[in-house]
Design a protein around this ligand. Sequence first.
Ligand code: ADP
Length: 391
Amino acid sequence: MSEADRRIVVLNTGSSSLKFAAYPLRPEAPPLLSGAVDGIGGQAHLKITGKTPRDSAITAADPHAAMQVLADLSDGPLSGDIAAFGHRVVHGGPDLDRSVLVDDAILAQIEAISPLAPLHNPPALDVLKGLRKRFPGIPHVACFDTAFHRGHPAVADRFAIPDALYQEGVRRYGFHGLSYQYIAGAMKTQAPEIAAGKVVVGHLGSGASMCALVNGHSIDSSMGFTALDGLPMGTRSGSLDSGVILWLQQQKGWPVDRVEKFLYHDCGLKGLSGLSNDIRDLLASDAPLAKLAVEYFVYHTARTAGALAVSMGGIDGLVFTAGIGEHSAPIRARVLDRLRWLGFALDNAANEQGTGRITAASSRLTAFVIPTYEERVIARETLALLPADRP
Ligand code: ADP
C-alpha cells in the first residue's frame, strides 16, 4: 500500500457515542472520512461521510461493540493501512500532563484514574484495549482533556481542603482541554494580538465549561475535580453547594448511585426546565421554567466569564465554541448583553452569521465564534508522537 493510503485513526469515545475520523499522515490534511455511532445502548446509528458514505442503523450494546462493527467494515475508519490510533481520554489525573504513547503501564495509570471520570474513561479504555487486541503492533496515543490545564497556579488547582487529599489527587483538573488547545491555536492565527493577551473561551455544548487563556496557556477553568463542576449543562447541574448532596443523602435517604445518576443525568437545563436538555427546545418554549433555565444558563455563563477575567487580571477577548456556542446566536447575544458593561458591543448581523468576529468595530473588547475541532488536535498529537521507525 502506498504512503498516501496510510492513516491515523482518531477515536472519541463517549458513554453512548463513538466519534471517529481517519486522517492521512500529513499535518492539517482534511480527513479521509469521519463519522459517528450515536445512540449506543439503544437505537444505535452509524453515519460515515467521505468517499463511501454510509447512514444506517446498527446493533451496538456498548462502545466496544460499536468498535467491533466498525472493524468489520471493509471501507470504514478501521480499514486500510493504519499507522496509529489517537484516542481522546477525558481524565489524565494529576500526572498525565501531555499526550502519551500507550503501553501497559500507561493503561494501568488510566485505569486507576477511571473512577474520576466514570462516564467517560471506562468506555474509552474498553475501546482502546479492544483495538490493541484486534490490531496488534499498531501504536496508540492517548490525549487527555485534563492535560491542557495542568499548569494552573495552586489557587486554581486546589480546593480549600487538607493537603493530604490534594496529594491523593483531589484537585481542580479542568476539562475540554483538547477543545481549548484547538481554540488557542486558531486564535493565534485569526487574531494574534488578542491571542497574546487574556481570552476567555466558552465551550458551550451539552457539557459546558469555560477557560481562561493567557497568551494561549490555560490558567483557570470553571470545571474542577470532575466534569460536574462549573456551568449548568444539558443534564448536569454545574456548581452545587456540597450541602445539597449531604441533604439528599441524610434527609431523603438517597443511596450514592441514585445521587450519581441524579447529578449526571437529571439536573442542568433538563432538571430545571422539566422539559428538555436541548437549549433549542427551551428557547422555543413559553413555559416559565424553560425561560428560567435559559436565563440561568446565560447568567452563569456571563458570571463565569467575569470571574475568569478576574483570574487573568483583565480580559481582551471572548470566544464561543461547541454546539451552543457555535450555533445559538440568541444565547451569544444574551451572554454578551450581560457583559456589555465590560466593553463588549455586539454586531447583530455578524452574530447572526456566526463565524469569526461578532462584536462591532467600535467595541472595546472582541468576541469571536470559532468552531472547535478536537479530532484535529488528537491527529496532530498522534502524528507528533509516532515512533521514528513508523513514519
Ligand atoms: P457534546 O460534544 O458535549 O455532546 P456539542 O458540542 O455537540 O455537545 O453540543 C450539543 C448541544 O449543542 C446540544 O445539546 C444542543 O443543545 C446544542 N446545539 C446544537 N445545535 C444548536 C443550534 N443550532 N442552536 C442551539 N443549540 C444548538
